[in-house]
Design a protein around this ligand. Structure first.
Ligand code: URA
Length: 248
């Protein structure tokens, strides 16, 4: 017989869409959570939801419906749940949303653009896993005018401190004074990747906007606003992310 999938108690609570794992740990720690009637105060307690009855403040936990949101993150917002420095977070922009969702990947504080939020952990893992290579397109404004050879370096896979970046699709949009605007599509999602690619050319990113994630584009979505993904969009992304692993 196949072993049943066990999850830790904090994960069960957060995956049920009730809150972050940090919050779940605090509910567990303060004795608000019971498993089969018994208060459990260890977040790492293993639970089998098919067999165990888990309650928070006496209310049974039921797995919430899967939710997929597309947010147009403005510059200045961070993508973590709580910030010790008190900076605005994307959760300030989705206060009306239930169940609890988490960002799929990250955008830097100074980056604006598309961010998916969901409560579907498997989907999120596939979208961000570099083996499945969902393309993400960014609009970039640089501090200097880039030559064609610079853009070719990005197309050929520029060296970064943590190894070469995979070849990117790059299109010059326009030059304005001593600045260049270009669009770049990458399939990796390393920390500050686009900024570091531009810095490796001896320039700097002045503006960075994620304008597409796979088939999703900003279109009429207003900055700071969110909308649910349509069923067709979820299907399309799922096919892209759950398709065969890609070689490059
Ligand atoms: N690349 C970056 O440098 N920053 C982002 O936020 C996203 C991609």
């Amino acid at each position: 017989m196949k072993p049943r999938p066990l999850k830790t108690l904090d994960r069960v609570l957060s995956k049920a869409g009730l809150g972050s794992r940090t919050e779940a740990r605090s509910w567990i720690g303060t004795g608000r959570v019971r498993v089969n009637g018994k208060v459990i105060q260890t977040p790492d307690h293993w639970v089998d939801l098919a067999r165990d009855r888990v309650t928070l403040d006496g209310k049974p936990i039921v797995q919430s419906k899967k939710l997929y949101l597309l947010l147009y993150k403005p510059k200045g917002y961070i993508t973590t749940y709580k910030d010790p420095e008190g900076r605005p977070t994307v959760y300030d922009l989705i206060q009306d949303v239930e169940p609890w969702v988490f960002p799929v990947g990250r955008l830097d504080q100074d980056t604006s653009g598309l961010l998916i939020l969901t409560n579907d952990a498997q989907f999120a893992e596939r979208i961000t896993n570099p083996d499945y290579k969902v393309p993400k397109t960014y609009l970039v404004k640089t501090s200097t005018r880039l030559a064609d050879e610079h853009l070719d370096q990005l197309r050929n896979g520029i060296s970064l401190s943590d190894g070469p970046a995979a070849p990117a699709q790059v299109q010059r949009l326009r030059d304005s004074g001593d600045k260049t605007f270009f669009e770049i599509t990458i399939r990796e999602g390393r920390n500050r990747q686009v900024r570091r690619m531009v810095e490796a050319l001896g320039s700097k990113v002045l503006k960075l906007v994620r304008v597409a994630i796979g088939p999703l584009e900003i279109e009429r979505l207003e900055i700071g606003k969110h909308r649910p993904l349509t069923l067709a969009e979820v299907r399309e992304l799922t096919q892209l992310a759950f398709g065969p692993r890609r070689a490059t």
